[in-house]
Design a protein around this ligand. Structure first.
Ligand code: NAP
Ligand code: MG
Length: 462
């Protein structure tokens, strides 16, 4: 057990103001592996003041130099990749191979993309008799969740730093060790003091203090819709910029012409990866009635095979929440064809890969984000019915469409109310904008669109 008593403030590790701490627990064996400070409003204020003081210098740093620092940061993420992967596995519970490939692989790609974008981006643009300058918004308060602990940090910090903003990060209480390692990487990459600051702590204390701080110009939040709503309200009252990445209940639409085995196989893997704790997971599978029974069988056996390869969910609270959803699914009349609510192991917060058939649109398991390894398979009558069901939730974060012809899948995807759609199993693209329609959020992350979130324009007329 490692007890830390410091926060990364103004370019150095400094003691936290208060004495409250957070225990970090390994979800696979329930052992306390570390202790970190539960930062207070006083710590947040120190961090924001450091970020404010560093802002003019960093904002005036030539983009090529900012790009070089981000390139160095990417290289540190690569060099310390094994340490990052082991840390994510220890505090989130994901299998090590997944931590290496995804939890570290994606942030390396994203950090690299911002090193390139910072160098190439036109921060100055001519429009008629005007020159438009794209200037950093200012001090960014970043609040991140635990589900992809490094990716969520990099998806905010890298574009913010590329834009010339300075950052104060409040990471999720469940995964502060990855955030500490990230702060160490920032230090090693040679970013100037105060440009990036870390305050570990609890959402309602440190997170709230950060969102409310008058010297924070932009709040970028990823997490639950309930907290996102509060943060949006706070930002609205203070007239400050806000970006919200919230939940999802995405549809995997398998059109009648699709390769069913492939669509179901990839669809099940998409939901079970990271133990279902992915906001963009395709947790509703939509299948035509003529192929429904076959799809359900394929999904049940794919989920059963997933069995031992799945990690635990992040916490006892999350485990109980997921189990509650599974029990409710059965109570509402859905048919359990794989998994169930009982505990697969004696120790650790594991949940069986679970599949429900005969799920109807009105059921909670078809509407609410579960954030666990639970797939709902719904039946549709025709394409219009499929579209109505796909669009029939308050969310709109992601989705998938499968068809024999790409053009058929694209035509359907264009009618979906959602921020991104994978066509016949399309790959993750770190340059493509990521964000939600409807209640899945406000704003976009990644690529040029993600960079633009951290910029404001100033027009000079000649
Ligand atoms: P959450 O409570 O919304 O947490 C997200 C972040 O916000 C954490 O850093 C959290 O701190 C902080 N926070 C909590 N209350 C706050 C407040 N009043 N003011 C400012 N910051 C605050 O989400 P969660 O508890 O980690 O997960 C709950 C649900 O959120 C999940 O079941 C899932 O549905 C959804 N979720 C969505 C995503 C996504 O990517 N869209 C990611 C994770 C979770 P603490 O860690 O101390 O709570
Ligand atoms: Mg929380």
């Amino acid at each position: 057990m490692k007890a830390h008593d410091d926060l990364y403030l103004d370019g150095a590790w400094r003691p936290a103001a208060g004495r409250d701490t957070i225990d970090v627990v390994n979800p696979a064996d329930e052992q306390v592996i570390a202790r970190v400070p539960a930062g207070t409003a006083e710590d947040v204020d120190a961090a924001v003041r450091a970020a404010r003081a560093a802002l003019p210098g960093w904002a005036a740093t030539p983009p090529a130099e900012r790009a070089a620092r981000l390139g160095a940061l990417r290289d540190v993420l690569v060099a310390r990749g094994e340490e990052f992967a082991a840390t994510v596995t220890a505090e989130l519970g994901s299998p090590l191979a997944f931590s290496q490939a995804v939890h570290v692989g994606a942030p390396v790609a994203v950090a690299g993309s911002y090193a390139e974008l910072a160098a190439e981006y036109d921060f100055e643009e001519k429009v008629g008799n005007s020159v438009v300058h794209h200037e950093p918004v200012g001090v960014v308060g970043a609040i991140t969740p635990w589900n992809y602990p490094l990716h969520q940090i990099v998806a905010k910090a890298a574009p913010a730093l590329a834009a010339g903003c300075t950052v104060v990060l409040k990471p999720a209480e469940n995964t502060p060790l990855t955030a500490r390692l990230f702060a160490a990487a920032v230090h090693e990459a040679g970013l100037p003091a105060g440009v990036f600051n870390l305050v570990t702590g609890l959402g309602p204390v440190a997170g709230q203090a950060l969102a409310e701080h008058p010297e924070v110009d932009l709040v970028s939040f990823t997490g639950s819709t309930a907290v996102g709503r509060r943060i949006g309200a706070l930002a609205g009252a203070a007239v400050k910029r806000v970006a919200l990445e919230l939940g999802g209940k995405s549809a995997n639409v398998i059109l009648p012409s699709a390769d069913l085995a492939k669509a179901v196989g990839v669809g099940v893997a998409n939901v079970m990866a990271n133990s279902g704790q992915t906001c963009s997971a395709w947790t509703r599978m939509l299948v035509h009635r003529d192929r429904y029974d076959e799809a359900v069988q394929l999904a049940a056996s794919a989920a059963a095979k997933y069995g031992e390869r799945i990690g635990p969910v992040v916490s006892a609270r999350q485990r109980d929440r997921v189990r509650g959803h599974i029990e409710r699914g059965t109570a509402e009349g859905a048919r359990l064809v794989a998994g169930g609510p009982d505990a697969p192991r004696e120790k650790g917060w594991f949940v069986h890969p679970t599949v429900f058939a005969d799920v109807t649109e009105d059921m909670a398991i078809a509407q609410e984000e579960i954030f666990g390894p639970v797939l709902s398979v719904l039946r549709y009558e025709d394409e219009e019915d499929a579209l109505r069901i796909a669009n029939g939730t308050v969310y709109g974060l992601a989705g998938a469409v499968w068809a024999a012809e790409e053009s058929e899948a694209v035509a359907f995807a264009r009618r979906m109310d959602t921020g991104q759609v994978d066509i016949n199993g399309g790959r993750f693209n770190p340059l493509a904008p990521f964000g939600g329609y409807k209640q899945s959020g406000v704003g976009r992350e990644l690529g040029r669109h993600g960079l633009a979130e951290y910029l404001q324009t100033k027009s000079l007329q000649f």
